[in-house]
Design a protein around this ligand. Structure first.
Ligand code: GTR
Length: 326
C-alpha cells in the first residue's frame, strides 16, 4: 500500500497537480507541516484521490507539504479564516484555542496508541469535534501522532533528574510549558520549522517528538540522544474550514466526511511502518536511542500538570472516562 500512495504523492506533488486542479470544480488546498512521504501527507493525498474519483473529478484536494502554506499555528488560523481549506495538525497547537483538546493532550493520559484510538473514535472524539466546530473547523478524522519522547544534543536522558535545568522546545501550548516545569526543565515554545537551527546554535538543548518527526525534520542530526519515555501520545486532526465547508452541497459534505473517515485507517497503517523505518534510519545516522527507561518517575512528576488541568468536576469525569476506556 505504501508504494501506491507514494506514487500518488509524487504525481500530485509535481507540475501535474496544477493541471489536474484545473479540471476540478472545487479544489481544496490542504496544509501539512510534514514533507512528502510522511504518513499524514500521503493519507490526505489518498483521500484526495478518493474524493476526486467519487465525485467524477469535480472535487480535488491539493496537499501543500513541508509548511509551504506557513507554520502549523498560522496554517490553523488561515484555515479558520477560509484562506486555506484544510489543515492536518497535531492537537498541541490547538490547546489554547480549543480547550476541549487539552485533556487528551495531557502527558501519559493514554496507555497506548490503541487506547488513544478507542477514545478518539468514540463519543469523546465526537464531543471534541464539537469544540473544533465552535472555532469554525469541521473535523474529518483523527490521525495518529505516535508517542512523543525527549531528544537533545547534550547527553542521554535516563531519568527525570537528567532533564533538570535543560531547555527544550515545546509546541505552542501552555500544557507543555507546564509539563516541562513539572519535570524541572525549561520550555521554549516555538514553531517546528525553527527547531533545527535552534538546536544547532545552542538556543535550546533539545525538543520532543515522535520518531518519524525526529527523523524527517533532520533533528536527529543535531540532537543525537533520544529517550523512549513516550510522555505524550498525541491525537492529530484533519479539519476543514467552516467557510469552505459551507460552500459545498450536503451531498459533497457527506462525501468528504466519508473519505476523511476512510483515510484514518490508511494513515494508521502507514504510521506503524514509518515508526520502525525512522527508528532504523536515525540509528543508522548515529543517533543513540535509550529504550530501557523506567517511565513511572516521569508519570509521577506530572501530578502538578493534572492538578492544574483536571480541576473541574467535568474534567475529572472526562479523565475517568478515558481511563475506563479499554
Ligand atoms: C509532529 C506533528 C506536527 C507538529 C510537530 C511539532 O509530531 O505531527 O503536526 O505538531 O510535531 O512538534 O510541531
Amino acid at each position: 500500500m505504501t508504494r501506491t500512495l507514494l506514487v500518488c504523492g509524487t504525481i500530485l506533488a509535481g507540475g501535474a497537480s496544477a493541471a489536474a486542479a484545473a479540471d476540478c470544480e472545487v479544489t481544496l488546498r490542504s496544509a501539512d507541516t510534514h514533507p512528502n512521504g510522511y504518513p499524514t501527507v500521503e493519507a490526505v493525498r489518498w483521500m484526495g484521490e478518493q474524493v476526486k474519483e467519487k465525485s467524477q473529478g469535480r472535487i480535488c484536494v491539493e496537499v501543500f507539504p513541508a509548511s509551504e502554506l506557513g507554520e502549523e499555528k498560522d496554517a490553523i488560523e488561515q484555515t479558520q479564516f477560509g484562506v486555506i481549506d484544510m489543515v492536518r495538525a497535531s492537537f498541541g497547537p490547538f490547546n489554547n484555542l480549543v480547550p476541549e483538546t487539552q485533556i487528551v493532550s495531557l502527558p501519559y493520559i493514554f496507555r497506548s496508541a490503541e487506547h488513544m484510538h478507542h477514545v478518539m473514535d468514540g463519543p469523546i472524539g465526537e464531543q471534541i469535534a464539537q469544540g473544533f466546530a465552535q472555532h469554525d473547523l469541521v473535523v474529518l478524522g483523527y490521525y495518529d501522532g505516535g508517542a512523543r519522547s525527549f531528544y537533545n544534543s547534550k547527553h542521554p536522558i535516563k531519568s527525570v533528574d537528567d532533564l533538570k535545568g535543560m531547555k527544550f522546545r515545546v509546541m505552542q501550548s501552555d500544557v507543555f510549558v507546564d509539563m516541562m516545569s513539572a519535570l524541572g526543565a525549561n520550555a521554549t515554545p516555538m514553531p517546528y520549522g525553527e527547531v533545527y537551527s535552534s538546536i544547532q546554535t545552542g538556543v535550546i538543548d533539545g525538543a520532543e517528538n515522535n520518531q518519524p518527526s525526529y527523523d524527517t525534520s533532520g533533528h536527529a542530526e543535531v540532537a543525537k540522544f533520544y529517550t523512549l519515555d513516550e510522555h505524550l501520545i498525541m491525537p492529530e486532526v484533519l479539519a476543514v474550514s467552516k467557510i469552505s465547508w459551507d460552500k459545498l452541497s450536503p451531498e459533497d459534505q457527506a462525501l468528504l466526511k466519508e473519505v476523511g473517515a476512510a483515510s484514518v485507517p490508511v494513515m494508521r497503517e502507514l504510521w506503524n511502518a514509518k515508526v520502525a523505518e525512522s527508528e532504523a534510519a536515525v540509528e543508522e545516522g548515529g543517533a543513540e536511542i535509550v529504550r530501557d527507561i523506567d517511565k513511572q518517575p516521569f508519570i509521577d512528576a506530572m501530578a502538578p500538570v493534572y492538578e492544574k488541568y483536571v480541576s473541574t468536576p467535568e474534567a475529572k469525569e472526562l479523565v475517568e472516562k478515558i481511563r475506563a476506556t479499554e
